[in-house]
Design a protein around this ligand. Structure first.
Ligand code: FES
Ligand SMILES: [Fe+2]
Length: 434
C-alpha cells in the first residue's frame, strides 16, 4: 500500500498526482505580494521552485527560478523595464518566459529566439494570483466557480497559511468531522447551557456516516440524533473537491459559504488557502459573523513574510514552541490548552510528521471518508493515466452549487436529497447584495 500512498501524496513534476493537479488553476499568491518592478517572490508550488514578479506594465510572471543560461536563481534578478534580468550575465526575460536580451554577448551572436524559460499562465482575480502549471493548450478558460467567489469581491475574506505537513494529511484533517467534538470542543459539557450548535456537537460525539462520489469529488454526511429538535437528525455535510479543495461544515449551512485548499508546496509542506464570503448570508447572520470574526483562522497570528522558500505565511504557533500550549488551561479551560481552532488543527496534523507512515495507522469507522477519499484519488489518478480527464478540470462550473455545512431536519428521506433541499431553502432566504 505504501506505493499507493506515495502515488496520492507526492505532487512533484511527473508524479501521477502532481500531473493531475496540474490540470487545474491554483491560487499561488496574493496580488499585493507583487508590485510593478518590485521585489521578485520565491514561490514553492507542487515541488517546483518558481519566481513570481510583476513587470512594469503590471503583468504577473511565474517562472522557473533557474535562469536558462547557467542556472543562477532569478530571485536575485533585476525587475526592470518589462522583464526580469538575471544578475549573472544580464539575460532578460518577460512574463511569458521569452528571452529579451543577452547582455554579455555581441548583438550579432544573440540567439534570444532559441531561449525560452519555463513560465506558467497566470490570472488575477479578487486580489489573488492564480497559476496554471499544465499544458497551456488545456488550461480551463475560467477559474473554479466556487459559490463564495461568485459574489462581490468586497465580501470575500481570504487567508494563506503555511502548514508543515503533506497536503493530503492536512485535507484528511478536514475530512474527519468526529474530531470537532473532541479536539475543538472536548471541554464543553453537554449539560451546560449551550447554544444549539454546541449542543448538537457535544451531547453525542460519535456520529455515523453516509458517502457519495459526485461530479466534483466526494460528499459525506455525518449524522446523529438532534439533541435540540425533538425527532430531528443533525447533519454535518462536507465536500472534497478536486484536486485539493474542501468545504468542511465549520458553520450552519446559511453561513458556510466558503472553500479552502491545502496545496502542496513540496511533499512535506502545504499552503492553506481559505476563501469565505459573507455576501450570501442573511443580513443578521452577516452582522453576527463579522462581530464574531473569523471562526478561528483569520486571527492575526502570522509571522512577517520572509523571502525564503518556506518564508511565507508562517504561523507564530508551531512545533518549536509547542503551539503555545498551556497545560494549565488544558486542565481547566479547553481540551487541548491550545488557542484557536486553526492552531489546534495545525498542531495535530503537523505532529504526525511530514508525511504519515500510514502503515502505522488503525483506521476506524469514523475514518470512512478518509479511506474512501484515498481510494477515490487512486482511481482518478489511474484513470487520468489512461487518458480520462480528471473530475471538473474542464468544467469549472461543476463546483458552483456545492455548499457544505450543518443542518437539522425532521424529514425522512435520502440524505443527499435532504441536504439539497436544505441548501435550496437557505439560498432562497439569502439575498446577494449588488
Ligand atoms: S546565468 Fe543568468 S545570465 Fe547567465
Ligand atoms: Fe478541526
Amino acid at each position: 500500500m505504501s506505493d499507493q500512498y506515495d502515488t496520492i501524496t507526492q505532487a512533484g513534476p511527473g508524479t501521477p498526482m502532481g500531473e493531475l493537479m496540474r490540470q487545474y488553476w491554483i491560487p499561488a499568491a496574493l496580488s499585493e505580494e507583487l508590485t510593478p518592478d518590485g521585489t521578485p517572490v520565491r514561490i514553492l508550488l507542487l515541488n517546483e521552485k518558481m519566481i513570481a514578479f510583476r513587470d512594469t506594465a503590471g503583468r504577473v510572471g511565474m517562472m522557473d527560478h533557474r535562469c536558462p543560461h547557467r542556472c543562477a536563481s532569478l530571485f536575485y534578478g533585476r525587475n526592470e523595464e518589462g522583464g526580469l534580468r538575471c544578475v549573472y550575465h544580464g539575460w532578460k526575460y518577460d512574463v511569458e518566459g521569452n528571452c529579451l536580451d543577452m547582455a554579455n554577448i555581441p548583438e550579432r551572436q544573440h540567439f534570444t529566439d532559441k531561449v525560452h524559460t519555463k513560465a506558467y499562465l497566470t490570472k488575477e482575480h479578487n486580489g489573488v494570483v492564480w497559476v496554471y502549471m499544465g499544458d497551456p493548450a488545456r488550461a480551463p478558460k475560467d477559474l473554479p466557480q466556487f459559490e463564495c467567489l461568485l459574489g462581490p469581491a468586497s465580501a470575500v475574506k481570504m487567508r494563506f497559511i503555511q502548514r508543515r505537513c503533506n497536503w493530503l494529511q492536512a485535507i484528511e484533517g478536514d475530512l474527519d468531522t468526529s474530531h470537532v467534538g473532541l479536539l475543538h470542543f472536548g471541554f464543553v459539557k453537554p449539560t451546560q447551557d449551550l447554544d444549539p450548535g454546541r449542543k448538537d456537537l457535544t451531547v453525542n460525539r460519535a456520529p455515523e456516516y453516509r458517502l457519495q462520489e459526485t461530479k466534483f469529488g466526494l460528499t459525506y454526511g455525518a449524522y446523529r440524533p438532534s439533541p435540540t429538535v425533538p425527532g430531528g437528525t443533525y447533519w454535518r455535510v462536507a465536500h472534497f473537491l478536486y484536486p485539493f479543495w474542501i468545504m468542511p461544515p465549520v458553520a450552519v449551512l446559511e453561513n458556510n459559504v466558503m472553500v479552502r485548499a491545502f496545496i502542496p508546496m513540496d511533499d512535506e509542506h502545504c499552503m492553506f488557502v481559505g476563501f469565505e464570503s459573507t455576501a450570501f448570508m442573511r443580513e443578521n447572520d452577516r452582522e453576527r459573523t463579522s462581530r464574531q470574526g473569523d471562526g478561528g483562522y483569520l486571527r492575526d497570528n502570522l509571522l512577517p513574510n520572509e523571502s525564503g522558500w518556506y518564508g511565507r505565511y508562517r504561523m507564530v504557533e508551531c512545533e518549536e514552541n509547542d503551539y503555545l500550549i498551556s497545560r494549565d488551561e488544558q486542565k481547566t479551560k479547553s481540551f487541548t490548552g491550545i488557542e484557536g481552532i486553526h492552531t489546534q488543527d495545525q498542531c495535530v496534523t503537523e505532529s504526525m510528521g511530514g508525511i504519515i507512515d500510514r502503515s502505522f495507522e488503525n483506521l476506524a469507522p469514523s475514518d470512512i471518508a478518509i479511506a474512501r477519499n484515498r481510494r477515490m484519488l487512486l482511481k482518478a489518478v489511474e484513470a487520468f493515466q489512461n487518458g480520462v480527464r480528471p473530475p471538473a478540470c474542464d468544467d469549472p462550473s461543476a463546483y458552483a452549487l456545492a455548499r457544505g455545512g450543518s443542518f437539522t431536519t425532521t424529514t425522512e428521506g435520502d440524505w443527499l436529497g435532504l441536504h439539497k433541499e436544505a441548501v435550496a431553502s437557505v439560498r432562497e432566504k439569502s439575498s446577494v447584495p449588488a
